[in-house]
Write a protein that binds this ligand. Structure first.
Ligand code: B1M
Length: 215
């Protein structure tokens, strides 16, 4: 198979042996981020489709996710960095009940590489922990990720809780993850939250939104 297809296959098949060698070869042809966006994410999409249609079982999805994570970790040092730093701080978390973190961690990498301090709380984070961390770290914004449909409900509850605690005006909120869409966030959730809430389709939109928040 040609290199790009081989790499995509590795994600779908969860095949780690020889991954690094293939990635190193790909790096001689293309920038690291392009490999992630065009090749690896395309593999994860296929995994989602196979799982969704019952053609792939959960343990294999997990294997794919692990290969994806290993690939991103290997590519990370090769990504372009803006060493300026100190552009602002965001507390980032996957919401309560949700374990999906590949997308959130990509957002962390993109923001960190572009001068932001990211406090990454990890997965299954209750809103109280997110608010406490944002307060403790004097965050400029809060980012929540979630991939399950039920996480969209959790996000709405989180925004309501932030209203109730009087912190909506303190923290603009960035939301992302496959279960969300722009209209749900910009119409429904924006009507709920007393502060600013925005939808990021991908990590790069997350970066653009942070840039505009910090302007
Ligand atoms: Co799960 N899973 N999963 N899964 N999984 C989905 C989400 C699903 C759509 C698959 C399917 O059915 N087709 C489905 C959800 C269905 C629904 O809710 N209606 C699903 C399910 C059902 C489940 C379980 C319930 C399965 C089970 O146990 N029976 C279970 C849930 C457990 C839980 O959370 N409580 C489960 C478990 C898992 C694994 C552990 C095996 C694994 C996750 C491993 C991990 O993350 N460490 C996994 C995986 C890998 C997936 C799919 C296949 C791939 C997700 C992924 O990593 N994509 C996924 C299918 C899909 O998404 N279509 C699926 C790549 C990643 C880069 O994309 O996270 O969307 P994404 O991030 C994007 C953007 O969304 C955005 O930027 C990224 C790209 O630049 N973004 C942000 C994300 N967060 C952002 C935050 C921002 C800004 C942008 O600012 C704050």
């Amino acid at each position: 198979l040609p290199l790009a297809e081989r790499l995509e296959r590795r994600i779908v098949d969860g095949e780690r042996n020889g991954l690094e060698a293939d990635l190193d070869e790909a790096l001689t042809e293309r920038p690291a981020l392009e490999i992630v966006n065009d090749t690896l994410l395309s593999g994860m999409r296929t995994v989602g489709e196979l799982f969704g249609s019952g053609q792939m079982q959960l343990p294999f999805v997990l294997q794919s996710a692990e290969v994806m994570k290993a690939a991103v970790a290997h590519l990370e040092p090769h990504m372009e960095k803006d060493d300026a730093g100190g552009k602002g701080r965001i507390v980032l978390a996957t919401v309560k009940g949700d374990v999906h973190d590949i997308g959130k961690n990509l957002v962390d990498i993109i923001l960190s590489n572009n001068g932001y301090d990211v406090v990454n709380l990890g997965i299954k984070q209750p809103v109280g922990a997110i608010i406490d961390a944002a307060s403790e770290h004097r965050a400029d914004a809060v980012g929540m990720s979630g991939l399950l449909v039920k996480s969209t409900v959790v996000m709405k509850e989180n925004l309501e809780e932030m209203n109730a605690r009087g912190v909506a005006e303190t923290w603009p909120v960035l939301l992302g993850g496959a279960a969300l869409n722009r209209t749900f966030v910009e119409d429904d959730l924006a009507a709920v939250y007393k502060g600013e809430v925005s939808y990021a389709r991908d990590a790069f939109e997350g970066l653009r939104l942070m840039d505009s928040i910090m302007k």
